[in-house]
Design a protein around this ligand. Structure first.
Ligand SMILES: [Mg+2]
Length: 171
């Protein structure tokens, strides 16, 4: 029982931190819709929301959210030690640990997640454009990759579950 309460608390905190950083479940569902609308006729926003919620229920996803947002916040407050402070604050392109952290999310539903992740990372639709706006003074070095990864994982989940519905084995 205590363990369940603790798990619930981790999930609730991860979701709360996403909200506090300006990212709603609906924003991530919009990315899923963007990625999957070509492949699923009659895809609804609600289905996208449901798949995002299922991804957010996974502990490895909550861990990535908490770790990434904490580092972004510390960088914003200039509380990290150099050279890490500057590297994260300017989102240095050679750093790459933000992407590696996100792979722990993309990995969950297998390799098709990587294609979706690469695509949203390149196109930066919706909430990703907002998170990448460097003029706000906010630091989302980790969060942009995490949000893209959650959308990619939810898209993979959607793809797997619709294959199962039509009686095919998931690839
Ligand atoms: Mg990044």
């Amino acid at each position: 029982m205590a363990e369940k309460n603790y798990q619930d608390q981790v999930e609730a905190t991860a979701k709360q931190w996403l909200q506090e950083r300006g990212v709603s479940v609906s924003d991530i569902a919009d990315l899923v819709y963007f990625l999957q609308r070509k492949y699923h006729t009659n895809l609804t926003h609600e289905e996208c929301v449901m798949n995002v919620e299922r991804v957010l229920a996974k502990r490895e996803v909550q861990n990535a959210i908490l770790t990434g947002i904490q580092l972004d916040r510390l960088a914003e407050r200039k509380m990290l030690a150099e050279p890490l402070q500057s590297i994260i604050e300017v989102d240095e392109s050679l750093y790459g640990i933000d992407e590696i952290l996100s792979f722990s999310i993309v990995n969950i539903y297998g390799s098709i997640g990587y294609t979706n992740y690469g695509y949203v990372d390149k196109e930066k639709p919706g909430i990703l454009a907002k998170l990448n706006d460097k003029s706000t003074g906010e630091c989302h070095t980790f969060l942009d990759d995490i949000v893209g990864a959650i959308a990619a994982a939810a898209s993979s989940r959607l793809a797997h579950s619709s294959q199962q519905k039509s009686g095919q084995q998931p690839q």
